[in-house]
Design a binder for this molecule. Sequence first.
Ligand code: GRF
Length: 217
Amino acid sequence: MARLRVAVLISGRGSNLQALIDACADPAFPAEIELVISNVPGAPGLARAERAGIRTDIIDHKKFPDRASFDAALNLALDGAGIELVCLAGFMRLLTDGFVERWRDRMINIHPSLLPAFKGINVHERVLAAGVRLTGCTVHFVRPAMDQGPIIVQAAVPVLPGDDAARLAERVLAQEHKAYLLALRLIAEGRVQVRDERVEINGASGPAIAALMNPTG
Ligand code: GRF
């Protein structure tokens, strides 16, 4: 069976990208990364792609007069590579509604909280300040509103006594890598459908699959 042709969009470190690269290195994995795009020249994630022999493209948002022309350049690169699914992995640019609609149900994002709680940035600091006992991560289809859209996978992570933002971020990140892989695998296997803005996996409603993920593992 043909593998799903994926592009990963990054702005920085690229540890989620690395998790996807490692999974796709297995020819039995149902997706392959055709292209990595960074909007930041020199983003460390680019070197990860290069090491893996994956094509990279730098599309620097600062070189475009507005969001629409930047997004048009993204589309050109994605179309040129025959991309079927876009994975945002630490991509720190807001995309235009037109771009998001064009990739509706074909673009996913990972966020380091249990959405819809704690959208936006500085998530772990806000989680600690709020005193919640349980946080986690979410992989979701992208919609025009930031950090919103049908949820594919979630993993829960306990907030432990003595946690600071860095320690909590590290434990959540370990789960992000697993959650992103699971979401990509489910989509590439054709097991994910969006109905009434909720995800169904093999016909079962909701992100219950995340309950399978070991929160402490
Ligand atoms: C992750 O925490 C992700 O959830 C958020 O940005 C961070 C990116 O990390 N959207 P990395 O670049 O994948 O290491």
